[in-house]
Write a protein that binds this ligand. Structure first.
Ligand code: GUE
Length: 294
């Protein structure tokens, strides 16, 4: 058996196509959606993600505003840049590229974002709304990676209701909010949130109908850990740069042999990454639409 690929590139492209008309409608009402990005330092991974976000915006008709600070930026510099983004009228939503360089406090900076401009859904107010919102439509932005994971599964009709989901990794951007999202009414999954201190991790994963691997441990999830037919989503990525050639390679958390056992496999790259970016655009558009009716 070979797993059906959950194609994030194709699915993200469908999501983006659906946004184009909504963006034109906003512009017709005099609202120009604009995504800001705040990047601090010169981590190559972060640079490439930010570049991707600006390309996506250009593709669908969202303006984008790029603020790059040098690695030498102080916390006061970062705070000042956040204050500027909060007050810039052309910025309808923005993100702080995480992680910030060592010496900066990611959570403290996230708290300074105007929650109505929080395109990542990571401000405590918006995370709090996700905790409160067990049912009904949420009008707060959802964290992009969890939203992208659920959207990818839905578009391939992978059953979620009542299913056992094992999330490997409890990080702020993926594992923790994903548990909250999967257990909302309507999705109704049963979630086990695992982490580095979990006893018998392979046993937990073997019980799962849906496995989300978001830890950044190369090839942690092997074929013999996976229940035949399960959906496996590879989210964690480890970037290794060859010291001699300077060439970078990306290795996911899921071993390639999982494709022989799983029913569905979201690869990495070309899986959840592009979906994350598409959901960011959705958050920007949705926030702009809400500003019309408020
Ligand atoms: N405030 C904040 N919000 C984020 O959403 C956020 C963040 N910080 N920090 C880092 C992680 C990581 N992340 C990715 C986004 C797109 C791809 C993506 O599109 N990847 C391509 C490959 C790109 C490549 O080659 O590097 C793919 O999977 O096909 C990957 C990872 C967003 N994150």
């Amino acid at each position: 058996m070979t797993a059906i690929t959950l194609d994030g590139v194709k699915t993200a492209s469908a999501v983006k196509t659906e946004l184009v008309d909504r963006i034109a409608e906003l512009r017709a009402h005099g609202i120009v959606p604009g995504l800001g990005t705040l990047l601090v330092g010169d981590d190559p991974g972060s640079r490439s993600y930010v570049a991707g976000k600006h390309r996506d915006c250009a593709e669908v008709g969202i303006e984008s505003i790029r603020v790059d600070l040098p690695a030498s930026a102080t916390s006061a510099d970062v705070r000042a840049a956040i204050a500027d983004l909060n007050s810039a009228h052309e910025v309808t939503g923005y993100i702080i590229q995480l992680p910030l360089p060592v010496g900066h406090n990611d959570n403290a900076m996230l708290e300074l974002i105007d929650p109505s401009k929080d395109a990542d859904g990571l401000h405590p107010t918006n995370l709090g709304r996700l905790v409160l919102g067990i049912e009904g439509e949420l009008d707060s932005p959802l964290p992009c990676t969890p939203a992208g994971i659920v959207e990818l599964l839905r578009r391939y009709d992978v059953p979620i209701v009542g299913q056992r989901v094992v999330v490997v990794g409890r990080g702020l951007t993926v594992g923790r909010p994903l548990g909250l999202l999967f257990t909302r009414k309507g999705l109704d999954a049963t979630v086990t949130l695992t982490h580095s201190r979990t006893v018998d991790l392979s046993g937990e994963v073997r019980r799962a109908d849906i496995v989300v691997a978001a830890v950044g441990v190369p090839h942690l999830i092997q074929a013999d850990w996976v229940k035949p037919g399960a959906a496996v989503l590879d989210v964690g990525i480890t970037r290794v740069t060859d010291p001699i050639t300077g060439k970078g390679t990306l290795t996911g958390d899921v071993h390639p042999n999982v494709a022989e056992v799983a029913g569905f496999l979201s690869p990495n790259p070309r899986g959840v990454g592009p979906m994350t970016r598409a959901m960011l655009l959705c958050n920007v558009v949705k926030a702009a639409e809400l500003s019309l009716i408020r």
